[in-house]
Design a protein around this ligand. Structure first.
Ligand SMILES: [Zn+2]
Ligand SMILES: [Zn+2]
Length: 342
């Protein structure tokens, strides 16, 4: 079969590899859509990801497709079914799993290899984090479950409620999902981004106010002005830069919640105003990853058509073009996702 293999920094080959063989409990899925993700672009650039992927390895983690073969003992799935599988499954038996923090599982099993004709879904993910795709949902919509689950969990962690003012910094696919979900929840959303195309997308998803950081280099001041000079109830950082982490902390009201959602480059440090954090009782969260519960919630939201690929995926490419797609995503910020059709 054809598959993308990551060998190291910006070293990616689409080549012939053996179709994965199955062990008991595994399933084999013919990939119908694999979506590019900011994490993939980071991994492509750095050549590895400490927890998720160590090269050489097959690559890609957001996928939907058809079951073509099942391993011994699989009863939940059968060939011909349309499925979406998450990229990880927790052990359910460690310190963190026992406390409902499956996203921090000490033995989180990751799966990669979505940019391929076939992918093996290991038994643990088959058992705990693979789902049938509802009839009305197509493959690209279904493949959004992984990022959407992270965002849904992140918004819940922030406690955003109807009528809250929620500021979202960063309008890539993740930031745009936050805009959409916060609007569905009845919040007033201030979207902070750089490019006009991104701000236009945020407006289409319901953002009430837009701040272009190209035009207004001090978004903190504007967010405060537009929220009765108090500051936003909730600020979500979805960029992954220490500088924008600080903005988020500075733009919430007293007692407000900050979700530092964007992962910054390794070895970066953000210096926070200790007085502000303490005397204004700022609550800082930093949500990472997802849990099986949120993967199923995300699929339900997709099934209700609350989130669809049309707003988050704007390009389709065959697998052979993956290297060019990765290079393109790496050199231009502000892109939506590309659907790779292997
Ligand atoms: Zn992803
Ligand atoms: Zn665990």
């Amino acid at each position: 079969m054809m598959a993308a293999v990551l060998y190291g920094r910006e070293d990616l080959h689409v080549e012939m590899v053996a179709v994965p063989s199955l062990q008991a409990g595994d399933i084999l899925v013919r990939v119908r859509a694999a979506l590019t993700c900011g994490t993939d672009v980071k991994v492509f650039k750095r050549g590895y990801h400490a927890r998720m992927i160590v090269p050489p390895a097959v690559f890609g983690h957001e996928l939907a497709g058809d079951v073509v073969r099942v391993g011994d003992g699989v009863t939940r799935f059968a060939p011909g079914q349309r499925v979406v599988a998450a990229n990880s499954a927790p052990c359910l038996d460690c310190f963190f799993c026992h406390r409902g923090l499956e996203n921090l599982c000490e033995d989180l099993l990751f799966n990669n290899g979505a940019y391929a004709e076939y992918i093996r879904i290991p038994a643990r993910i088959v058992e705990r984090n693979t789902y049938l795709i509802p009839k009305q949902v197509d493959y690209q919509d279904a493949a959004l479950v992984e990022p959407l689950a992270c965002v849904m969990r992140g918004l819940d962690e922030s406690g955003a409620q109807a009528d809250d003012t929620v500021a979202v910094i960063g309008l890539g696919p993740i930031g745009l999902m936050f805009v959409r979900l916060a609007k569905l929840r009845g919040a007033r959303v201030i979207a902070v981004g750089r490019r006009k195309t991104q701000l236009d997308r945020a407006a289409r998803l319901g953002a009430d106010e837009l701040i272009s950081t190209d035009v207004s280099p001090d978004p903190v001041k504007l967010v405060r002005q537009w929220s009765g000079s108090r500051g936003a109830d909730v600020a979500i950082e979805a960029v992954g830069k220490p500088e924008t982490w600080l903005w988020a902390v500075e733009m919430v009201r007293r007692g407000g919640v900050v979700n530092l959602f964007g992962g910054c480059p390794q070895d970066t440090v953000a210096s926070l105003d200790t007085n502000r954090l303490h005397y204004s009782e700022i609550i800082c969260k930093s949500s990472f990853h997802h849990t099986p519960e949120y993967i199923s919630k995300a699929l339900e939201a997709i099934g209700r058509r609350e989130i669809t690929a049309e707003f988050f995926v704007n390009r389709e490419e065959p697998l052979v073009n993956l290297l060019e797609v990765m290079r393109h995503l790496m050199s231009h910020n502000g892109h939506l996702k590309t659907a790779i059709i292997p």
